[in-house]
Design a protein around this ligand. Structure first.
Ligand code: ZN
Length: 354
């Protein structure tokens, strides 16, 4: 199922990825790469690299406080060999069924009754379209509260691709995805428009919301990406095997950036037990937070000095500096927002940096 069941979150301590679907691994690796790129820039004394630049003193404001930004000439593109799970692929899920009867929904557990989940579970009720969904899994698998890749990508059209801690260093202004490229065989235009487009469910973003986000020039806005089909199939796609062959899914995730590479299984480094802290990947929340805190100490930007001393991860995510980002998320996921029904994946916010 490639994500951590909600019951296991308290055991993760920031060391295990909650979700290792390919899109999420790619975005986490991208974020960690950016932190490394900032660290290299700080160490070199150069003002800019191929992708990032220092922001000038005169550019820094309370709303846009980050010491780094993407160069204005840079665009970010993402390729995925399958449609993202969740709302953008519901028609494909329906088409793939021999029997179009929706999967049965198991009766709620006692834990569900105590904290009722509001999103739709995986592929349950797959004829309901335009809804926030959890990661798909077998109905007999333990429940997860990780949101689908479609929902996380839709949210990134408002928060940018930056994670909370990366957005302390890098301005969101030029950090939005320009295009998402999908194989034509997995590109259902009506589903893409519904899931991501400004005329689909994201039409719920009101002018009042966007004017609030843009207050003070924070760099946050609604920046829809373009979804483009490509006819070429990925060489290892399940559609690329010979009829005589049977494709077998792999449990391995390969992480590649120009600055580091890793092989992950179960959200941790290959060869480590899942709950062994030595299995922590460079792209897990704790590693990325530590890298940001270490760099903040080197940069000696007064506003950032507290982030490593913040007692717990949840405090680092609730810094005043993240108020603009928090406001965007609250609007988009709130009762009147386009992604309402987005439950938080709570239970792994209390870890600290050693
Ligand atoms: Zn996914």
């Amino acid at each position: 199922m490639k994500c951590l069941p909600s019951s296991k979150l308290p055991l993760a301590h920031g060391n295990i990825l909650h979700d290792w679907h390919a899109e999420i691994v790619a975005i986490r690796a991208f974020n960690r790469y950016l932190v490394e790129e900032c660290a290299d820039l700080a160490a070199s004394g150069l003002r800019s690299s191929a992708f990032l630049r220092h922001r000038e003193e005169a550019e820094i404001t309370r709303a846009e406080h980050q010491p780094f930004t993407f160069k204005e000439s840079v665009q970010i593109h993402m390729y995925s060999s399958e449609a993202p799970c969740g709302d953008a692929s519901m028609e494909l899920v329906m088409d793939a069924q021999d029997d179009a009867t929706p999967w049965p929904v198991p009766p709620p557990s006692s834990q569900d009754l105590e904290h009722p989940p509001t999103g739709l579970r995986g592929r349950a009720n797959f004829s309901l379209l335009g809804h926030v969904r959890f990661k798909p899994s077998r109905t007999d698998a333990p429940p997860t509260l990780s949101k689908s890749c479609t929902d996380k990508l839709a949210l990134a059209q408002t928060t940018s691709l930056l994670s909370s801690v990366t957005s302390l260093l890098v301005s969101p202004r030029n950090a939005y995805l320009s295009t998402l490229v999908l194989p034509a065989s997995h590109h259902v235009p009506s589903a893409i428009t519904r899931a991501f487009g400004p005329s689909g469910r994201m039409a719920g973003i009101t002018p009042e919301m966007t004017s609030r986000w843009e207050t003070g020039g924070s760099g946050y806005r609604f920046q829809p990406f373009e979804v483009r089909p490509v006819n070429q199939e990925f060489a290892y796609s399940r559609r690329s095997v010979e009829p005589s062959q049977t494709p077998v899914p792999s449990n391995i995730s390969a992480v590649y950036t120009p600055k580091f590479q890793e092989t992950l299984i179960g959200g941790v480094l290959q060869g480590r037990k899942q709950y062994d802290p030595r299995g922590a990947s460079r792209i897990c929340r704790k590693s990325t937070w530590k890298a940001v805190a270490d760099l903040a100490a080197v940069l000696a930007v007064p506003a950032l000095l507290g982030i490593g001393r913040a007692l717990q991860y949840q405090d680092a995510k609730n810094l005043d500096l993240l108020d603009w980002r928090s406001a965007v998320k609250a609007d988009v996921k709130g009762q009147d927002g386009p992604l309402k029904g987005w439950p938080e994946n709570k239970g792994d916010d209390c870890f600290r940096l050693e």
